[in-house]
Write a protein that binds this ligand. Structure first.
Ligand code: ZN
Length: 304
């Protein structure tokens, strides 16, 4: 067999093997919002229970970062993602953050207007806030040797804490923890695993034992170039794949209008006021109330 054909054969076989691996759990079922092809060969960090130490490595943003102009340096991607969409329960980037109409957000609005049940029919469709970072693990030598890896995590488990611990308590600005020269290493502890018990605590910035090297900086990935941005039509098809939207005629859909619920503590209607009372922080209706007040379908995150 000629060498060039043999090389092509080997490359294509490698691709087919990779595709079969990606389908091993049932095709696109539970697929995340990254492009399978672009993620080939990229390590994703999985934090086990216990203490973790890592550096966040900056990179140049591409065309699909909803917050940072293309060509400017940034340290992470902050995105809204609809989880568990359609029969295959895929993760889909909310198109609204790219200033485009989003069929899922539109469906959320329709369901709200129909007065469908918040927990059963609306909440699962509301976009969740997720963060993606280039990181180098510093505690474990074996992991450190892998170089830059991709960390995808709920905003509530890391980004929210970073915003707070990077702020100087005397009001002297923020610590630029991702600075390659005088940045900080991030420490945090995973306190539990599993859908219900996952949690992180003890977030803090500690002095780095070494600078981020040029080689490590060069390994940083343009994170927004790795995502899969679906079209309006593709998202709509996925949303209604295998099931139809609940309607007022649907016998199984409990009809309850969240707009008419009354908050026991403030005696106000849900969605009338949010975050204006001390009790708002611990109120059972906090998320729902916030979403109605903001007129947005983007909600709080579900830990996982
Ligand atoms: Zn959306």
């Amino acid at each position: 067999m000629p060498q060039d054909i043999k090389a092509r054969l080997r490359e294509q076989l490698r691709k087919r093997t990779q595709e079969a691996y990606n389908r091993k759990d049932g095709g696109n079922r539970f697929k995340d919002y990254f492009s399978i092809a672009k993620m080939e060969g990229i390590n994703k960090v999985k934090f086990s229970k216990g203490e973790h130490l890592f550096d966040i490595i900056p990179y140049e943003a591409g065309e699909h970062d909803p917050n940072c102009p293309a060509g400017e340096f940034t340290y992470g991607m902050d995105v809204w993602v609809h989880m568990g969409i359609g029969a295959s329960e895929e993760q889909v980037l909310c198109l609204a953050q790219y200033k485009q109409p989003c069929p899922i957000c539109e469906e959320v609005k329709i369901r709200r207007e129909q007065g469908l049940d918040y927990d059963a029919d609306i909440k699962p469709l509301i976009a969740k806030r997720r963060n993606v970072f280039n990181v180098i693990i510093r505690k474990n030598k074996e992991e450190e040797a892998k170089g830059v890896q991709l960390l995808e995590i709920s905003y509530h488990f890391l980004g929210k804490h970073l915003a707070s611990i990077s702020k100087d308590p005397y009001g002297d600005g923020e610590v630029t923890f991702s600075d390659p020269v005088d940045g900080k290493t991030i420490a945090m502890e995973r306190t539990g695993v599993g859908a219900k018990d996952t949690g992180y605590s003890g977030h803090r910035l500690v002095d780095r034992r070494k600078e981020v090297s040029n080689k490590e900086l060069e390994q940083a990935l343009c994170l927004d170039s790795l995502v899969e941005l679906k079209t309006y039509k593709e998202v709509k098809e996925l949303l209604f794949s295998g099931k139809s939207a609940p309607t007022d005629d649907d016998e199984d859909a409990p009809v309850k209008s969240s707009k008419n619920k009354i908050c026991k503590a403030t005696k106000k209607k849900i969605g009338e006021y949010w975050d204006e009372y001390d009790v708002c922080d611990t109120c059972d209706f906090n998320i729902e109330c916030k979403a109605i007040c903001n007129g947005s379908s983007m909600g709080d995150d579900v830990p996982y």
